[in-house]
Design a binder for this molecule. Sequence first.
Ligand code: F3S
Ligand code: F3S
Length: 110
Amino acid sequence: AFVVTSSCIDVKDTACLDECPVDCIYTGIRKLYIHPGECIDCGACEAACPVDAIMNVRLVPAAEAEFIAAEERFFHTVLPGRTTPVGDPGGAGRIGPVGADTPFVAAFGR
Ligand code: F3S
Ligand code: F3S
């Protein structure tokens, strides 16, 4: 699986969106999030990011490890300002920008 780490926050270049063949990169307020269950591990998004925010989960440095959990929580917990989890939409284009972040990402200082 691949994960969007801290350097995406407040940058949101969005070049990654055009690369994903299954449209599993979803838009939050401060960063984008890869759906852990929908990603097919192709790696196409990783090279597209100009700030190297996208990493293979097996290669995420310890300082960025919390972002692995943030990706899961984005989809499967109720985010601040929402009443239901994002869940498993089966494509970001089906729901559009989510308009929320996980509490960890919302509070992340950079
Ligand atoms: Fe973020 Fe990089 Fe995509 S900055 S929006 S992960 S291209
Ligand atoms: Fe999508 Fe492949 Fe990245 S499935 S999220 S482009 S690893």
